[in-house]
Ligand binder design. Structure first.
Ligand SMILES: Cc1ncc(COP(=O)(O)O)c(C=O)c1O
Length: 384
């Protein structure tokens, strides 16, 4: 019997041809193709600076590092995120301060974050969970009032918008991931986007070992050894990966349209189910994953019911504050801990066939029907 994964990258002959061209050029590291990828990203996002890197985690790390955080400085973020968000903060010697999320979107609860601000708080990191940028006006206004920098973790949200504005052109600095399952992939990759000239100038040398000029600039005419001006990392993107990203960027719209269609079909099919509640979605989202809340304590039961029918599902994520690494912190996050027991990620990927979608829907509905779970009306809290 065919199995249905949760996520799957979608790469084809076009990406392979682009990689072959890079092989033929004999320049495999960061060079002209990475530059072209950055230029295309700048144009697409409508932002002044894009710095391509090797992973989304590196993007977050150099963005935070460029803010000049000192040991003991604090960065606010939701606990319910991939561990990369918190590890990027830890790598700067700053301290992650974990916050609650809104149950209907699983994005940062801004009022809760505001309560956790201390004199050491320097930045706030909203995570655009599953592709949705939510309450960003509130995040930006809190940051303005309290003098905080905003570092967006947009690993899930490449191509999404917020109130008509492209994600990447909203806050101080935005970080994307192009890992294998993201909205577009480079194989592995990431990018930092910012409109802030000074910040961009601080981020750039951190990408390649603190050097003022990278190997390609020197190769392509600028002579002399590079000056090393700041501590830096080896986070550059290779032309092999950039070539994949460029092709994927050109196909972005078809990916987005199909994934939105799948989300609409799921939302409609689950609207009358009692125990299984979809997250809030907007037409501005490039959906990354599809998450429901199973509210009757039967999440694990649904997961194994699906597994028995060869349908994969997952739990995204273990709240960061529950990880042994952060055992000295143990903040009180009852909403997050309850949500952790409820969340379930269902299959969502571009190549899902209509039959795959119907199979998932039928299984979830059959599970609910078996226990007589129905509700007459779905209510979503109003929000921005
Ligand atoms: C929310 C979030 N932030 C950061 C990252 C890190 O991206 P990468 O895997 O490219 O390092 C991920 C990756 O899954 C993520 O989901």
């Amino acid at each position: 019997m065919k199995s249905i994964p949760i996520q799957r990258p979608y790469l084809g002959e076009e990406e392979l041809a682009a990689v072959r061209d890079v092989f033929s050029s004999r320049w495999l590291g960061m060079g002209p193709v990475t530059r072209a990828f950055e230029e295309s990203l700048k144009e697409f996002l409508g932002v002044k600076h894009v710095i391509a890197v090797n992973t989304g985690t590196s993007a977050l790390h150099i963005a935070l590092d460029a803010l000049g955080l000192a040991p003991g400085d604090e960065v606010l973020l939701p606990s319910l995120t991939f561990i990369a968000s918190a590890q990027a903060i830890v790598a700067t010697a700053a301290r992650p301060v974990f916050c609650e999320v809104y149950p209907e979107t699983l994005t940062l609860d801004v009022a809760d974050a505001a309560q956790r601000i201390t004199p050491r708080t320097r930045a706030i990191m909203p995570v655009h969970y599953a592709g949705l940028a939510y309450a960003m006006d509130e995040v930006l206004s809190l940051a303005r009032q309290r003098g905080l920098r905003v570092v967006e973790d947009a690993a899930h949200a490449f191509g999404s918008r917020y109130k008509g504005r492209m994600i990447g052109a909203l806050g101080d600095v935005t970080c994307f991931s192009f890992d294998p399952i993201k909205n577009i992939t480079c194989g592995e990759g990431g990018a930092v986007a910012t409109g802030d000239d000074e910040l961009a100038a601080r981020i750039l040398p951190r990408r390649v070992l603190g050097m003022e000029r990278d190997t390609w600039s020197r190769h392509s005419g600028q002579r002399g050894p590079a000056r090393v001006v700041v501590p830096g990392f080896r986070y550059h993107l290779s032309d092999i990966n950039a070539a994949i990203g460029l092709r994927q960027l050109a196909r972005r719209e078809e990916f987005q349209v199909r994934k939105q269609e799948i989300v609409r079909r799921y939302d409609a099919a689950f609207a009358d189910l009692g125990g299984v509640q979809p997250l809030k979605h907007t037409e501005e989202t490039f959906p990354f994953m599809y998450v429901v809340r199973v509210q009757d304590g039967r999440r694990d039961e649904l997961m194994s019911y699906l597994k028995d029918r060869n349908i994969d599902s997952g739990i995204h994520y273990v709240p960061n504050h529950l990880q042994p690494l952060f055992q000295d912190q143990r903040p009180s996050l009852p909403v997050t801990e309850q949500l952790f027991q409820q969340i379930l990620t269902l299959p969502l990927y571009w190549e899902m066939t209509d039959e795959d979608i119907d199979t998932v829907i039928a299984a979830v509905r059959a599970f609910s029907a078996a226990k007589g779970q129905r509700r007459s009306q779905v209510t979503h809290p109003a929000g921005s």
